[in-house]
Structures are given as structure tokens and as C-alpha cells.
Ligand binder design. Structure first.
Ligand SMILES: O=P(O)(O)OC[C@H]1O[C@](O)(CO)[C@@H](O)[C@@H]1O
Length: 430
């Protein structure tokens, strides 16, 4: 894995950072690294996520899901970090076991999905660190009911990953369901490489040890200089560009298999860094598709963005047949991968030509090892950025207000936040 900062230097982009200011920032990286290493060693809340390459027990995960080795499909019921890590891995890698995700409570989507699922051969993978998240528990109750309607004993096809207490743990214990614990001190958005993200991967037959090996590669690269660590280089350049005006970070992978990765990145970046009036806004995008959608804004809109390109250096290709159309003859005989790579390089150059900062992140290929590198590196980049911003990276207090209001509206308790809903100012235009 490598991170190329060339197009984010002040000589190329505005906003941009000069080489000397990057070297000055590196002095702060050294101090931040010392703090991070102490947190990792002490398994402090949040920092413990960066210890996962040493602490995750892939054999225990594989053994726990072994009873479901006959699965035709796996349905993960979770939300936020309890679904996005597993979804990133599932959507990036091929498997004979189809993975589905219920991470929203849209009744039409839930009904359509459950109607299509082979419930008798589907493992329901319920994931919630707290065990109390309304969307997850509501969806599970609906899924369990659908299994009963289909004549399926839900206790035979349900796997649980949750904390030591809470309704979901009680349910697992009461019905003696196969389960795994969530790792201590690892917030959901940092838990892809733990039981939370890897149980689904194990059911799908993916190589957990290769995922963790990729993460370990990037763990070993964490050092007291951003010039020695792709993860720290990325975290530092995002921080440096943000404080110089690039308040939006468009995550633009040039691989369809990494589209969900951009969604995972959005939670990691927003929920970790969005505090005290600070934080860079992640935008989810996909190459080459968004060249025909958002690129106009990235290249000619406000100078308030950076673009992160992520691409595999190697990919399987698919030939483009020769064509009878003279105007398209340049395409015939090449491959779709050649076209995608050319479009990537052309888009990267077009942003540079317009002086728009962009960073290139490359992995060897989208396989378990490459994905493990990418996930871990982004997590470490986020932790470093949090140190540089001086925010509390590992909490998310701002999300609680809305949860309380929704619960109050549903009669789940007396929450003053619910009163604010009725007090909404309206100016409705019909
Ligand atoms: O795993 P849980 O406890 O169900 O939480 C799901 C998600 O909800 C959040 O707590 C935000 O509400 C995320 O941080 C987390 O990933």
C-alpha cells in the first residue's frame, strides 16, 4: 500500500501544503504517535482498535460460526459500524455465500428483502455492541417473525455478536445462541477487523488471517514520522488540507468493489472527527461513475475540497471487442480495466491541472490482504487526525439527542428532546 501526496503540495494545489510545513507538521506527528502507541499498549478505549492485529482471535471467530458452514446466505442485521465493516468486506470480495444487510428500517426494503431470502438456509448475523440500538433490535424482531412464518426455527439460524449485557446478550443467553463478544474498547466504526466485522466474513468463507495480515502490515508501519507511514501520511495530509480550507474529502475509489468502503470511511471520518466545531466532511463517490456526476463540482466549484483516489494496482480485466465504429476504434481491443485506469489517471491529472488537491492511495489488489491494509490504514489515519485536531476521536455524543427524541416519540420514555419535534417551526410550500 502507498499514499502519494504529490498533488496536495502547495506547488501543485490550492489549498495545499508546502513541503516545509509538511515537515513541520511531522514534528507533531511524532508526538501524536507517542500518544497513540501508549494508548495501544494500554488498550485504552478507542486506541485498542489499533491493537486488533495482535488481539483479534480469528480461530475463535471461525469456530464460533462453524455451525453455519451450510449457509446459502448470510443476513447481517446491524447499523453503523456494526454493519459497515462487514458490508465493506462482503462487497469487496467474492463468495458463494450471498451477503445481505439490513442496516435501515425502511419497511418496503425489509419486506422485499425478506421475500427474496432463502430463510431456511440463511444465517441471521445480529450485531450490536450496545445490544439496544432500536433499528437493529426492531429489524431482528421482524426477521425472527418472518423465519417463524417460513417454518424456520430462528434459534437454529441466528448468530449474535454483542456486548456483555443488554437485551441482545440476554436473548443470546436465554436461547443459547452461538455468539461472539464485541472487543473491549473498540468503537463500532473501528471494529471491521474484529468479531463485529469478521463473523460475516468467516461465514462467507473469506481468509480472516489474510485480512488481519494486511492490517498488521500497516500496524508495523506506524512510526514517529508520516514519511514512514502511509496511514499517518494520509491522516496528516487530510488534517493539513482541512485546516487550510479543504473542509470536504471526497472518497473516490476506482473499483466498484470498494463502493461500500467509501460508505464505511464516511462513518469513520465523520463520527470520529466531527466535534467541537471541527472535522472534515467525507463525501462518498465512485470512479469512473462520478466523473459524470460530481467531478464538475470538484474541479470547478469552491476550493473547499480534497479528493482521495483509491485504486488497486492490479485487477482482472475484461476485453472490449473490436468495433465497426471508426470513432470508437481506440476502445476496441483494449480492456475495461485499461479504460478505468486511464480515466483514473486522467481525472487525477485534471484536478491537478486545476490546482485542486488530491491524494492517491494504492493497494496491490482488492483481496483480503489489500482490504486489511486499507481498513487498518484508514483507522490509524483517523486516530492520528483526531490527535492533530485535538478532538475526542472515540465518542459520538451528538448522535444521542436524536435517539432520545425518536424514543420519546414512540413512547419509549420521557425525553425532552421529543418535545422539540412538536415545536418545529414550519414554512410549508404546497
Ligand atoms: O453497535 P451498536 O451499539 O448497535 O451501535 C451501532 C452504531 O450506532 C452508533 O453508536 C451511533 O449511534 C455508532 O457509533 C455505532 O456503530
Amino acid at each position: 500500500m502507498n499514499v502519494d501526496l504529490g498533488n496536495a503540495l502547495a506547488a501543485e494545489a490550492s489549498p495545499g501544503i508546502s513541503r516545509e510545513n509538511l515537515e513541520r507538521l511531522d514534528e507533531r506527528v511524532a508526538g501524536a504517535h507517542e500518544r497513540i502507541e501508549a494508548g495501544i499498549e494500554a488498550r485504552e478505549h478507542g486506541y485498542a482498535a489499533l491493537a486488533l492485529p495482535e488481539t483479534v482471535d480469528t480461530d475463535a471467530i471461525a469456530a464460533a460460526v462453524e455451525p453455519f458452514s451450510d449457509s446459502e446466505a448470510v443476513l447481517t442485521v446491524g447499523i453503523g459500524g456494526s454493519a459497515l465493516g462487514a458490508a465493506t468486506i462482503a462487497d469487496a470480495l467474492d463468495s458463494d455465500v450471498e451477503a445481505y444487510f439490513l442496516d435501515n428500517v425502511d419497511p418496503e426494503q425489509v419486506t422485499t428483502l425478506l421475500a427474496d431470502l432463502p430463510l431456511a438456509s440463511t444465517t441471521v448475523n445480529v450485531v450490536s455492541r450496545s445490544g439496544t440500538t432500536a433499528e437493529t433490535l426492531a429489524n431482528f424482531l421482524v426477521v425472527r417473525d418472518a423465519m417463524a412464518d417460513a417454518g424456520v426455527d430462528w434459534t437454529d439460524r441466528t448468530f449474535v455478536t454483542t456486548g456483555e449485557s443488554g437485551p441482545l446478550r440476554e436473548l443470546a443467553d436465554r436461547h443459547d445462541l452461538p455468539s461472539l463478544p464485541v472487543p473491549d474498547g473498540v468503537p463500532g466504526r473501528f471494529s471491521a477487523l474484529s468479531t463485529v466485522g469478521l463473523a460475516c466474513a468467516a461465514i462467507q468463507g473469506h481468509d480472516l488471517d489474510a485480512l488481519v495480515a494486511g492490517a498488521a502490515d500497516q500496524r508495523e508501519r506506524l512510526s514517529d514520522s508520516l514519511f514512514d507511514s502511509p496511514a499517518y501520511a494520509y491522516g496528516a495530509i487530510c488534517y493539513a488540507l482541512d485546516v487550510r480550507g479543504a473542509s470536504v474529502n471526497a472518497m473516490l475509489p476506482y473499483a466498484e468493489s470498494l463502493e461500500t468502503f467509501a460508505e464505511w470511511f464516511a462513518q469513520l471520518w465523520a463520527e470520529s472527527l466531527g466535534k467541537d466545531g471541527l472535522g472534515q466532511t467525507p463525501a462518498r463517490a465512485l470512479g469512473a461513475t462520478d466523473q459524470h456526476s460530481q467531478l464538475q463540482l470538484y474541479r470547478a466549484g469552491p476550493r473547499d475540497k480534497m479528493v482521495t483516489f483509491v485504486r488497486p494496482r492490479e485487477r482482472a480485466d475484461r476485453a472490449i471487442p473490436e468495433t465497426e465504429f471508426e470513432a470508437l476504434s481506440y476502445l476496441g481491443g483494449t480492456g475495461l480495466g485499461d479504460l478505468l485506469d486511464a480515466e483514473f489517471e486522467a481525472t487525477e491529472a485534471s484536478l491537478a491541472a486545476a490546482g485542486r488537491p488530491n491524494v492517491r492511495v494504492e493497494i496491490d489488489r482488492v483481496d483480503e490482504r489489500g482490504l486489511g491494509e486499507l481498513l487498518y490504514a484508514m483507522e490509524a489515519a483517523c486516530v492520528l487526525a483526531g490527535e492533530l485536531y485535538g478532538v475526542d476521536t472515540f465518542v459520538q455524543p451528538a448522535v444521542e439527542w436524536g435517539k432520545n427524541a425518536a424514543r420519546g416519540l414512540l413512547g419509549g420514555g420521557d425525553f425532552p428532546e421529543a418535545d422539540a419535534v412538536d415545536a418545529k417551526r414550519t414554512l410549508r410550500i404546497e
